[in-house]
Design a protein around this ligand. Structure first.
Ligand SMILES: NC(=O)c1ccc[n+]([C@@H]2O[C@H](COP(=O)([O-])OP(=O)(O)OC[C@H]3O[C@@H](n4cnc5c(N)ncnc54)[C@H](OP(=O)(O)O)[C@@H]3O)[C@@H](O)[C@H]2O)c1
Length: 260
């Protein structure tokens, strides 16, 4: 984090690939101690090898509440946590009119309950840092898709909207002690978007997106979004719902049908 002298204890979920992985690398490069969580233990070990003194692999499935709750106790020497970054996430698309409820539950389980489990596990450790020079914080990686409705996004968009509300409510309850920031990125080139068969405007590289997160968390913003161009475009779409859900959507769907 920019200009910060103190070594921070950070916990990053979704650390084995994409945005989370790049966030871990950038935090470690600044000398912070980073606890890296994802299911793929081998990927975490490989990541740790880049900065062995700074990156501590803690493999876990975020949907496993019990395992998550005991995870930080396994981190040798950890006294408190300064930063929790919630980046674990999956994306699956719904093929309406077949509303596959098991798919929706799967996505909610990781993106919503996985984040809830991580917050529950981290809170006692973050509370130990309350009153120190650096206000402890939770940074939730949501998505610009929460700004307005998108086709086939019934599972992913709903999970991120629920996640955002959870963070907003948490801010009401503990925001005086723990800074809570919601981040809404646009499209990032990662494994998660590799399957997308539609145009992804203003597509970013993962390191570029990670830099937006790592360099801005210290600002203590309630929410930030990037890239600004997509944020603005979707903000306008939200202001004119009849236009977005009418002629604009008809055109988008027609385009995607002719592309497939
Ligand atoms: N890519 C985009 O365009 C984009 C845009 C906006 C927001 N986001 C958000 O950014 C975050 C990172 O996504 P990404 O694009 O970097 O995708 P990614 O490369 O697929 O990374 C997802 C990460 O989440 C972890 N994960 C998934 N399920 C997990 C589970 N049950 N337990 C623990 N870890 C789990 C994965 O690790 P394992 O498989 O090893 O468990 C992986 O490290 C997500 O929250 C995503 O919704 C992405």
């Amino acid at each position: 984090m920019k200009g910060h002298q103190k070594t921070l204890n950070c916990w990053v979920t979704g650390a084995s690939s994409g945005l989370g992985r790049e966030i871990v690398l950038q935090l470690a490069k600044k000398g912070h101690r980073v606890y890296a969580t994802a299911r793929d233990a081998a990927a975490l070990d490989a990541l740790s090898a880049a900065y062995p003194a700074c990156i501590v692999p803690l493999a876990c499935d975020v949907t496993d509440e019990q395992a998550m709750s005991g995870l930080l106790a396994q981190a040798e020497g950890l006294q408190h946590l300064d930063v929790l970054i919630l980046s674990a996430g999956i994306c699956e698309y719904v093929d309406v009119p077949d509303i596959d409820t098991s798919l929706i539950r799967r996505v909610m389980e990781t993106n919503f309950f996985g984040a809830v489990n991580a917050c529950k596990a981290a809170l006692p450790w973050l509370k130990k840092a309350v009153g120190s020079e650096f206000k402890p914080r939770i940074i939730g990686i949501s998505s610009l898709s929460t700004v307005t409705g998108f086709p086939r996004n019934e599972a992913y968009g709903s999970s991120k909207a629920a996640f955002e509300y959870f963070l907003d409510a948490l801010r009401c309850d503990i925001g005086h002690q723990i800074q809570i920031t919601t981040v809404r990125p646009g499209f990032i080139q990662t494994a998660l978007t590799a399957k997308n068969d539609f145009p992804m405007p203003f597509l970013m590289q993962a390191d570029e997106a990670a830099n937006q997160v790592v360099s801005r968390v210290e600002q203590g913003r309630l929410r930030f979004a990037f890239p600004w161009q997509l944020d603005w475009m979707l903000g306008i779409a939200r202001m004119f719902p009849r236009l977005w859900y009418g002629p604009v959507m008809r055109q988008l769907l027609q385009k995607s049908r002719t592309n497939t």
